[in-house]
Design a protein around this ligand. Structure first.
Ligand code: GLV
Ligand code: MN
Ligand code: MN
Ligand code: MN
Length: 416
């Protein structure tokens, strides 16, 4: 086995990692400097091809499962051991940044390259993963491939999900050539570690480099429909109107009031709102909207849903509208594994990096993996805590520090 000193002193090549982030940012680049790389889009296909080629050039064996998730394996000395896995996602929001998800995958690739350069073999095999559709903005729910991996959905349930244009996940996979042949969940994993930008302001505000993530908060997603009546904007007196958009305005304000009543942890967002047949001179008769509610406690998710539902009949009655609110997804809060958390903490300690424990506000594939394998996450700061925005930014030094923590954590787990 490689000498312990040799592995402890191993560091990633921070400039190579940074160059790789820039190199892949051409796939789906937006004029404002961000990325629009919706899952299973042509741009997602391009970055997947790039990733496959880069992994193969690093000597990894790449497989693709029936939901398009890519697995790149580096053999270990002991083939009977389950691989230590790490990675994240390469898809983005429609106005996404260059780091959300991407950092975790490319830092994993950099870790593999650093091990190759140093000629280090690990005991357990290593597995780098690019999970399909983490973001959930084209196909709901978010993190669907890792959820299927963990057994929360069947593969067919996911393949049949549709986007706004009615295209199924299965057809979208075929369109970019990424419907693989491996059964989802067949690739065994011994432990999972995900590096990600924090996507919130805490590390930066406290001047810390590393977040040792102890778990993820709960998430509930809803689809809402408000039905009123389309009518002439010039002739319909105000009291006679059944304006679905004004119903949404009241509902959105109720959502804000209720979330604030569960401060400081709860957050709730109406992120999509579509008028059925939008026209400047028609009173909106139909509005569809989405709602995203999050809190670290299941009971708070329950309470927010109950309070919101209790407020709907009065709004509907006052405005003579029909309101339907369907919960389409719920992800319970997840605690991560104490052993993997401790390995992340020890890695940050050995690298002399400042750190704190924290709970993830964002959803991550790691939150699904945690249901099946020992899992934890590593966070690094992002500028002003901004994410899901084209201006998302992180420093080369923080990205390299996070990648070093990932590398040392993986070495600990794989050589234990
Ligand atoms: C995905 O990025 C989420 O946290 O909603
Ligand atoms: Mn992400
Ligand atoms: Mn995201
Ligand atoms: Mn996310």
């Amino acid at each position: 086995m490689a000498g312990t000193a040799k592995t402890h002193n191993l560091r990633v090549d921070g400039s190579r990692l940074w160059a790789t982030i820039a190199e892949t940012a051409r796939f789906g680049a937006t004029p404002a400097g961000g990325l629009n790389r919706l899952t299973l889009s042509p741009e997602d296909g391009q970055v997947r091809d790039w990733f496959r080629d880069a992994c193969q050039a690093a000597g990894l064996t790449v497989r693709v499962d029936a939901l398009g998730t890519q697995y790149a394996l580096r053999p270990g000395r002991d083939a009977s051991r389950l691989p230590v896995a790490f990675g994240s996602h390469l898809d983005t929001q429609p106005t996404g940044g260059r780091f959300d998800g991407i950092l975790g995958v490319l830092a994993g690739l950099e870790a593999m390259r650093a091990l190759n350069d140093a000629g280090i073999e690990t005991e357990a095999p290593l597995l780098l993963v690019n999970w399909t559709n983490e973001e959930g903005s084209r196909f709901a729910p978010a993190m669907m491939a890792s959820a299927a991996y963990a057994g929360d959905f069947t593969t067919d349930e996911i393949l049949d999900k549709t986007d706004a244009a009615g295209i199924t996940v299965g057809d979208a996979l075929d369109a970019i050539g990424y419907r693989g042949t491996d059964a989802v969940g067949d690739q065994a994993i011994g432990a999972f570690v995900e590096l990600h930008i924090e996507q919130g302001p805490i590390l930066e505000a406290e001047g810390l480099t590393v977040g040792v993530v102890e778990g993820g908060q709960g998430i509930a997603w809803f689809d809402g429909t408000i039905t009123g009546f389309e009518a002439h904007a010039g002739t319909t007196p105000m009291p006679r109107r059944r304006d679905a958009l004004l119903g949404l305005a009241e509902i959105a304000l109720a959502v804000e009031r209720i979330a604030r009543a569960h401060a400081p942890t709860a957050v709730a967002t109406v992120g999509e709102a579509v008028i059925g047949a939008p026209s400047r001179n028609v009173v909106p008769g139909l509005v569809r909207f989405t709602l995203d509610v999050r809190d670290p406690k299941s009971e708070v998710l329950d309470a927010i849903e109950a309070e919101l539902r209790a407020s709907l009949p009065a709004i509907a009655e006052r405005r003579n509208l029909a309101v339907d609110l369907a919960r389409i997804w719920r992800k319970e809060p997840v605690p991560f594994d104490p052993g993997v958390i401790a390995a992340v903490d020890a890695a940050a300690e050995s690298l002399g990096l400042s750190r704190r424990r924290m709970v993830s506000g964002a959803g991550h594939d790691a939150c699904n993996l945690a249901g099946r394998v020992p899992t934890a996450m590593i966070f690094v700061p992002c500028k002003d805590g901004v994410s899901h925005n084209e201006s998302e930014s992180a420093t080369p030094a923080d990205c390299a520090a996070g990648a070093d923590v990932l590398l040392q954590t993986v070495l600990t787990l794989a050589n234990a």
